[in-house]
Design a protein around this ligand. Structure first.
Ligand SMILES: [Zn+2]
Length: 254
C-alpha cells in the first residue's frame, strides 16, 4: 500500500509514455497519486488526469516560480476548481529563493493570496519551500491560521519540522532522503511523528537511489518509503501503510 503524495505526471517529460508510467504505478501497488499543479495550465492538466484515472487526484495552484504570471482572475479560477470532486488541495504554493524566478515580494503575495483561497474553500495546502525557511515560517504563522497542509519535499531542520507539526502541518519526504550525504534529512525522517509523515516522488524531479540521475516516476516512491522505514527501524509495509493513511486523512480521500 503506497500513495505518491506529490507528482507532476502532466509534465512534458512524460508525453511519450504517460500511459505506461501510470500503468507501472498501478503494478507497483500504488493506491493513489496526487498530481500537483504548478501554474494555471498544469493545474488544468492535473484535473484532466484526475478525471481520466480513478486513483489520480489533483491539486491546483501557482508555484512561486510562476508568481510573476499570476493574474487577479486566477484566484477565482482556483477557487472554482476546488468544487470539482477530485481536486483535493491548493498547491503547490510557497517560496523559492534558490532560483528566484519571480521577485521575492511577489512570491510572498501570491503565496498569501492562495492561502486565503484555501481557507475560503476549506482545502489543505501543498507548500514548496526552497532556501526560504525564515520567511516561509513567518508567513505560515501569520497567514495560515486555521489551515492544514504539507511541507512537500521537506528540506528544513528537525526543529522547524516540530514547529510546523505543532501548527497542524504534515511533513513529506522525497528522493533526497535516500541520498547518502543527507544525514540531516535522515535525522528528520527518523524523528517526526509517524502520524504526520508522507512520502512522494515530486517526479520527474529528485529521483531516489538507486535510479538517481534518471527521470523519476510514481512507482519509485517505494525507494523513498524504504529509506524512511529503514532510518526509523520499521517494517516497510507498516511505514507505507501509515504514510498512505496520513495522505488520505490530510486530503480527505475516502
Ligand atoms: Zn512539485
Amino acid at each position: 500500500m503506497l500513495f505518491d503524495s506529490h507528482a507532476h505526471i502532466d509534465d512534458n517529460r512524460f508525453d511519450e509514455d504517460r500511459a505506461a508510467v501510470i500503468a507501472r504505478a498501478q503494478e507497483a501497488g500504488l493506491v493513489g497519486i496526487l498530481n500537483a499543479g504548478a501554474c494555471m495550465e498544469s493545474s488544468a492538466r492535473s484535473i484532466a488526469l484526475s478525471e481520466e484515472h480513478a486513483f489520480i487526484y489533483a491539486a491546483v495552484g501557482i508555484h512561486p516560480h510562476d508568481a510573476k504570471e499570476a493574474r487577479d482572475s486566477d484566484y477565482e479560477q482556483l477557487a472554482d476548481w476546488t468544487r470539482k470532486p477530485k481536486v483535493v488541495s491548493i498547491g503547490e504554493i510557497g517560496l523559492d529563493y534558490y532560483y528566484d524566478l519571480s521577485p521575492r515580494e511577489l512570491q510572498q503575495q501570491v503565496f498569501i493570496r492562495q492561502l486565503d483561497v484555501a481557507r475560503q474553500c476549506n482545502k489543505p495546502v501543498i507548500i514548496h519551500d526552497r532556501d526560504a525557511h525564515g520567511d516561509l515560517m513567518a508567513i505560515i504563522k501569520k497567514e495560515a491560521k486555521g489551515l492544514t497542509g504539507v511541507l512537500h519535499c521537506y528540506s528544513g531542520s528537525l526543529e522547524m519540522a516540530r514547529e510546523v507539526i505543532k501548527l497542524g502541518f504534515y511533513i513529506s519526504f522525497a528522493g533526497p532522503v535516500t541520498f547518502a550525504k543527507d544525514g540531516k534529512l535522515k535525522e528528520v525522517a527518523a524523528n517526526v511523528p509517524l502520524e504526520r509523515l508522507l512520502v512522494e516522488t515530486d517526479c520527474p524531479y529528485l529521483t531516489p537511489k538507486p535510479f538517481r540521475g534518471r527521470r523519476n516516476e510514481p512507482a519509485y516512491v517505494k525507494f523513498t518509503a524504504e529509506e524512511v522505514a529503514c532510518v526509523r527501524n520499521m517494517e516497510f509495509a507498516a511505514l507505507a501503510e501509515a504514510a498512505t493513511i496520513n495522505t488520505k486523512r490530510l486530503f480527505d480521500i475516502g
